[in-house]
Design a protein around this ligand. Sequence first.
Ligand code: ADP
Length: 606
Amino acid sequence: MVIGLKDNFFYIWKNGKLNDIRFQIALPFILLIIIVMLGLGLYISDFLYNSLSTAEKKQLTSKVNLVAEIISPFLIDETFHDHLDYYTSLYAQQLETRLTVIDVYGEVLGDSQVDKESMNNIIELPEIKEAKNSGLGEDIRYSDLLGENSIYVAVPIIHEKEIIGFIRTNISIKPIENQIRGFQQSLVLITLLVIVITILITLWISNTSMAPLQKLTQLADMISSGTMDPESITSYAVKSSNDEISQLSKAFNGMATQLSNQIKALESERSKLVGIFSVMTDGVLIVDERSQIQLINPSAETMFSITQSDAIGNTLIEIFRNHQIQELWEQCNTTGEAQYATLEIIPQRLYLQGVATPLGQSLPGSTLLLFQNLTHLRKLETMRKDFVSNISHELRTPLASLKALTETLQEGALDDPPAAKRFLQRMETEVDSLSLMVSELLELSRIESGRVPLRMGRIHPCTVIKGAIERLILQAERAGLEIEIKCDDKIPDIMADSIRLEQVLVNLIHNAIKFTPQGGVIQISGRLAHPDVQFCVEDNGVGISREDLPRIFERFYKTDRARSSGGTGLGLAIARHTVEMHGGKIWAKSIQGKGSQFYFIIPLAD
Ligand code: ADP
């Protein structure tokens, strides 16, 4: 306990915690003790001084009275005057005091300590004057001779009721002052002792009754600063034997438990909400009334290529730099009603459905912004529209020329047999083209719907390449193109449906032939790209523009320049589906005017 008190005392002292409650309890007591002791000291000192000096004066009075009587005859007889100095010294020695004898005119007749010639104006001294008036004169003042304060007592020397002189004595007051100082020093020591005892008692009392309060404060601090794990709140339960504090402790413990439960409930709600937000595929933002972002979910981060740390605390316009999003929020904020808008985010090539909903009572002034990514849907929609318009276009061209040819025949060409034969040949070509298109469409739809069984088997990649080239070599030669093969016989077999895979290569080489001007080179290669084999058909033909490149694998997609090439626009779509059915991947690279490279990979056989 002593260490505890010491520590507390130094803690208060060092930290200058004058507002510490223990200090506040101890301070009035200490002040009271100081005031009482000071008053008592002053009073007793004064009392002591008075009584001691009175006693001393009394003693001196009786001494001078005695000497006055003895010395009176020597004063009457002037012949003795020369010896008075001697007698004065003699009596003074016997009485252990200083004695001065003067006549009624103030002339010093004898002094036991000072040369009488050097003394003058004695008659004017207060004790002499008083002695003359009242028969006894007293004074306390500084004595030049003693060099300290002295008590002076004087009485008249009387002969036949007449004052014939005065006798005076004085003595240093120092012994009295020393006695009083000694008393005062003891009093100061006692006061200090009492103060220390008071502090110790106060600390002990306050410590025992304050400990639970301190624990309560510590607990409250931890709760308010959020450093407290709600699970452990109850382990901090405050115990106290003091009635009031125990009640407060009970109430506080109850509150802490309640708080812990509420925090737990809130945290579980919060984690549910965070969980939902983070798995949502839609982008979610919560924005306050100043348009500052308060919450952003991972989908929104990826959607807009921003990070949570950048977004939080910044305004919508600072982060998105998109007036459509800003307007959506502004309208919702001013009307207080949900707002909908379709947004196009140019940098990320996104097509979004945005919904802004005021959060109302749950978060006054805040708005929930929800972004649904419609990019994929829109792409599908565009593809569907393109498909319909392409198929109509592709069918309309041969049908229109068939109609024109039949009309021409009806209008008289039939009567011109050589012309009729030519028209019929052209009609056959158109019908062939139509039936090719229909059969390719059928093939594609069968592949897409998975109705085409693959006849898988081990096959060497170079065999597939050679098979495809054999089918097209004549066509290439006719177009004045050179074909190069780069295939390493050492690469392992792949697992594939050889006929369909050969068809993929045929489609790619056929395109290369179609889109490469005379004199060009077509290179077909196969190489190991573990765990696959990578095929490549490369030409140095017209190439494909950057806008067309991502779309060439769509059904019916043709670049403008390819419109007249006679293709159906289905070849690459069929190739893509076939490769994907094999568990592979197909892609293209191209530079317009320089040529194209078509790659696809097929997994190796086990
Ligand atoms: P098509 O029957 O019209 O060739 P594809 O699906 O095979 O249909 O090709 C789609 C489009 O891709 C072609 O119309 C053409 O515009 C472009 N394309 C394909 N291969 C090449 C190539 N090697 N060089 C340039 N353009 C090509």
